[in-house]
Design a protein around this ligand. Structure first.
Ligand SMILES: *Cc1c(COP(=O)(O)O)cnc(C)c1O
Length: 359
């Protein structure tokens, strides 16, 4: 068996220890005589998996009692529409910060439900920086302020939690959740899909403060109504049981590594190395302003675009896969989430240096 280093933006690499444990438990989960896939979601065994999943996420992120933690379906993309429908209440406006492709999508979908006030944007510079928070225009009549903490496609990331000027802060953390410390008490709502930093595809985590619940539009399907799902432990219908289980294994793995602080330390080291290698080269270039660079997704372009194909082919031959940049920005992108070991980043850097030397 040989495993590649998978630099995909998502679904992405999982820790090998997690895959091995899943393999070991595949046919017989801890003496139950069945696979987690075969368990009733109402049964004792799966209930214990679900309870631990929530407890571990609460402990890793320091989520206090006045927040509900939901595990939903439909991906982060569904939440682009269901957040406004759940928490606008009587308000008709919401503020959004536009920093890349994902916040653009969130804005577009929210526009079906409210007037979107764009508080700040960096489209004018092709999404190569986070707009200066002091210049943001927040409408006090808005129901909330939404931002995307890490723009997976453009490789820009907030280095601190922005001041929402009194509005409930709503954040799409899909591609950097559990990669760095955040103080959850600064947020009204955090949401994230599972397939980047938390496991296999299929679960969307929504962490929502109690006071934002109970104002959902009646037209929303109950499975996307946060208050309804809160009352039913996210099991109003059959959840994606196996994805919950895998997420549970990933959370245990993060704990075993030393928690979010240890992940953050590693992510700083991994990304710093890679950016340094890019900055020190004449062949590679990263377009993002240094202080806005993402620790998770590192896009880079080759000085000679004609070499792109050869670069990707040679990288794959060296066991370095999924380095092609998103079609909207071109070039390359190395996604180096929590599960990417430092050895993978080292292998990529060596490969890039050798490719530069020979081209
Ligand atoms: C991947 C991603 C999404 C979309 O996730 P889906 O699960 O495919 O809906 C949304 N926001 C960000 C920041 C992402 O990286």
């Amino acid at each position: 068996m040989s495993r590649i280093y998978n630099f995909s933006a998502g679904p992405s690499m999982l820790p090998e220890a997690v895959l091995q444990q899943a393999q070991q438990e595949l046919l017989d989960w801890r003496g139950s005589g069945m696979s987690v896939m075969e368990m009733s979601h109402r049964g004792k065994q799966f209930s214990s998996i679900a309870a631990e999943l929530e407890a571990d996420l609460r402990s890793l992120m320091g989520i206090s009692e006045n927040y509900r933690v939901l595990f939903l379906q439909g991906g982060a993309s569904a939440q682009f529409s269901f957040i406004p429908q759940n928490i606008l209440g009587a308000k008709t406006k919401a503020c959004y910060v536009k920093t890349g492709a994902w916040s653009e999508k969130a804005i577009k979908d929210a526009q079906s439900y409210c007037d979107v006030v764009v508080s700040a944007e960096s489209e004018g510079c092709n999404y190569t920086r986070i707009p200066n928070v002091a210049d943001w225009v927040c409408d006090p009549e808005a129901a909330y302020l939404h931002y995307t903490s890490n723009e997976t496609i453009h490789g820009v990331e907030f280095q601190t939690t922005p001041d929402a000027k009194g509005l409930p802060l709503v954040c799409d953390m899909s591609s950097n959740i559990l990669s760095r410390f955040v103080d959850v008490s600064e947020f009204g709502l955090i949401y994230a899909g599972s397939q980047k930093n938390m496991g296999a595809a299929g679960v969307t985590v929504v962490i929502v403060r109690d006071d934002l619940l109970g104002q959902c539009l009646k037209t929303v399907p109950p499975v996307f109504n946060y208050a309804e799902q809160t009352k039913n432990q996210s099991m109003l219908n059959t959840p994606t049981t196996y994805s919950w289980y895998l997420m549970g294994l990933v959370l245990k793995w993060v704990q075993a590594q030393g928690g979010v602080a240890a992940m953050e330390e590693r992510n700083i080291a991994k990304s710093a190395k890679l950016y340094q290698a890019i900055d020190n080269s004449t062949l590679y270039r990263n377009p993002v302003e240094i202080v806005s660079r993402s620790r998770m997704n590192v896009p880079f372009i080759l000085a000679n675009e004609a070499l792109d194909k050869e670069f990707l082919t040679a990288a794959e031959a060296a066991g370095l896969n999924e380095l092609k940049g998103h079609r909207s920005v071109g070039g390359m992108r190395a996604s180096i989430y929590n599960a990417m070991p430092e050895s993978g980043v080292d292998a990529l850097i060596s490969f890039m240096q050798e490719f530069e030397r020979t081209h």
